[in-house]
Design a protein around this ligand. Structure first.
Ligand code: KG4
Ligand code: ZN
Length: 355
């Protein structure tokens, strides 16, 4: 079965065709991320306008690729992200998919964006994950732990009480004067010094920023990242005032290169430690056979490395290109949870929840 997946929940307009939930046949993407670089954050109205312009050319490009790769533009099913996400952006993908389902007389499968992220792990992999597994979904809008017992059967274990992990990366990158999106920028800065220190108090440097690990021992599967961001802001301010030799006193009150690198490492280590510990606890408590990392933050090399190193069960990580929003994950999720509905019943739902 060939499924054309459409993803427009945020700033990516992404379309892909996937065969049998695993094999990528076409992949097209337009992104307004460069536009949001200037504002160091996404302006929903602007993202939606760009979605409108990009949706048909992106679908057309995916079909051109499909023809190039298979000799035909034929496919069987349409799938679309119907939530959660930005309402203006979601509407573009959903209404386009409904129109195409109607005129092309193709079945339409609505997909939860977060479940789509989980199925990025099923793409182009020689071995499929076994149930039950724990999925850590870490993106710009979400930090969720779910236990999946079968396709379509999941239990919400916990999530963030304030900022999502990706959102924290983006906000902290702004504090450090780094680019948007913040995750890749922080990872890049943090990779300037090797090896990673194991703890904020390691012998790496006596002046290494000492950041808290909010809710590390809370005994549940919830997260909180806003306090971490505030602690960063406080400590950066101290460095800027020349109170700590890491930054070196700087009359322009800007962090030195070394200071930025130190803070990037300290922040990344704190977030990764919290995510890894809670995920391992959830896996142990539920006798999970595997852990699936997913969402944009799953692209983070340090998170992938630590989880793979410390887990007792098999860890699946998607290819980096499948971590951030894309159409292939939507098509894969629709294949394994095949539940076509009449297009008239599909609606964009910005608050679509997992719980
Ligand atoms: O899943 P995604 O593409 O969009 C949402 O559904 O939100 O995730 C985007 C988020 C951004 O916050 C971005 O900073 C983060 O994923 N991200 C990363 C990395 N690459 C993307 N965070 C940490 N390390 C990365 N390498
Ligand atoms: Zn996403």
């Amino acid at each position: 079965m060939r499924i054309l997946g459409i993803e427009t929940s945020c700033d990516e307009t992404a379309v892909a065709v996937v065969e049998d939930g695993q094999k990528l046949l076409a992949w097209a993407m337009a992104s307004s991320v460069a536009m949001h670089e200037k504002t160091k954050g996404i302006i929903p109205e602007q993202a939606a306008r760009e979605q409108v312009k990009a949706i048909l050319p992106t679908i057309d490009e995916a079909l051109n690729q499909l023809e190039e790769n298979t000799g035909s533009r034929g496919f069987d099913v349409l799938a679309v992200t119907h939530g959660p996400g930005l309402i203006g952006s979601l509407l573009i993908g959903v209404e386009t998919a409904k129109a195409l389902s109607w005129v092309w007389r193709k079945p339409l499968v609505p997909v939860n964006h977060l479940i789509g992220h989980v199925y990025a792990n099923f793409l182009e992999t020689p071995q499929l994950p076994q149930f039950p597994f724990i999925a850590l979904i870490v993106s710009g809008g979400h930090t969720d732990l779910i236990l999946m017992e079968d396709h379509g059967k999941w239990r919400f274990l916990g999530g963030t009480r304030d900022d999502a992990a990706g959102e924290a990366f983006d906000k902290v990158a702004r504090l450090l004067g780094l680019g948007f999106p913040g995750g890749p920028a922080i990872q890049q800065a943090a990779s300037q010094l090797q090896p990673f220190p194991n703890s904020p108090n390691s012998s790496y440097s006596p002046n290494f920023p000492n950041l808290p690990r909010p809710m590390l021992h809370s005994g549940d599967y919830d997260f909180s990242f806003s306090g971490l961001k505030t602690a960063m802001a406080d400590q950066i301010q101290q460095f800027q005032q020349g109170l700590n030799p890491v930054s070196g006193f700087n009359p322009e009150k800007r962090l030195s290169e070394k200071g930025i690198v130190m803070f990037a490492i300290a922040f990344q280590e704190a977030v990764v430690e919290i995510l890894v510990k809670k995920t391992l606890e959830a896996a142990a408590a539920s006798n999970a056979k595997a852990i699936l990392l997913s969402g944009g933050v799953a692209a983070n090399a340090r998170l992938r490395e630590r989880l793979q190193h410390e887990a007792q069960v098999r860890v699946f990580v998607p290819q980096v290109r499948f971590c951030t929003d894309n159409g292939a994950m939507v098509a894969a999720a629709a294949h394994f949870n095949y539940n076509p509905v009449n297009w008239k019943t599909v609606n964009a739902n910005p608050g679509l929840a997992l719980a």
